[in-house]
Design a binder for this molecule. Sequence first.
Ligand SMILES: Nc1ncnc2c1ncn2[C@@H]1O[C@H](COP(=O)(O)OP(=O)(O)OP(=O)(O)O)[C@@H](O)[C@H]1O
Ligand SMILES: O=P(O)(O)OC[C@H]1O[C@H](OP(=O)(O)OP(=O)(O)O)[C@H](O)[C@@H]1O
Length: 229
Amino acid sequence: MSLKLGVPSKGRLMEKTFSWFEKRGITLSRSGSDREYAGKVEGIDGVSLILLSAGEIPRELAAGRIHLGVTGIDLVHEKLPRWEQQVQEVSQLGFGRADLIIATPACWVDVDTLDDLDAVAAAFRKTHGHRLRIATKYHRLVREFLTDAGVADYTLVDSQGATEGTVMNETAEAIADITSTGETLRANHLKILTDGLILQSQATLWRSRVANYDAADKAVLSQLLGRLD
Ligand SMILES: Nc1ncnc2c1ncn2[C@@H]1O[C@H](COP(=O)(O)OP(=O)(O)OP(=O)(O)O)[C@@H](O)[C@H]1O
Ligand SMILES: O=P(O)(O)OC[C@H]1O[C@H](OP(=O)(O)OP(=O)(O)O)[C@H](O)[C@@H]1O
């Protein structure tokens, strides 16, 4: 057997993860073409690379199909209920930083806080006959956050991409999504609520608590973790 390391299969997270390991003397690469999701590991024996969507890595760790995985804190907290029981944080990698936030139209001049949103939501239902819609792909995190904040009169609308566009397209009145530079929010005339920060995320290396580790895997894991310090 070998220790299975799951890494995002494309984009900024893949490239930055490859450089992060490279700096620690471990070379990760795709073994074939850009379209082939097989990988190669050089610089340490007994580790195999599995290229996966960043969004699937939490589930693979929780199922024990990979021993280690790199993905965002946001995705682990969203996809794994009681995530601490299933995975352990090994190291925050210092890239892929993004904030999960709640934003409303910039032109809502009376809405700056969650309390304001709550008031608008109650009024919205009376006027429109349906609840204020918040578009997001982070259903669990948004629901927990709004429950704790005492906001109840809303409904979540699923949006798996281009979430900031839902307000202009009139399929939602507010959004909860990640932001990094803030450019996408500005371009779509949205503003962050002053107390609307749900979570700060960055790319993180996680260890599965449920995967099976044979004696050889344990030895490789300890060697690998020693190299990453
Ligand atoms: N603009 C950004 N800047 C920094 N990090 C980002 C940005 N957008 C997303 N991320 C982070 O990158 C990680 C992957 O997000 P993304 O939504 O692209 O993954 P995904 O759903 O697996 O995508 P796909 O299914 O297209 O592979 C998340 O942890 C997220 O917080
Ligand atoms: O604050 P910014 O620097 O503008 O970045 C934020 C954007 O980046 C992500 O989208 P991504 O590019 O991953 O595309 P997506 O809409 O398909 O998720 C995120 O969903 C925001 O839309």
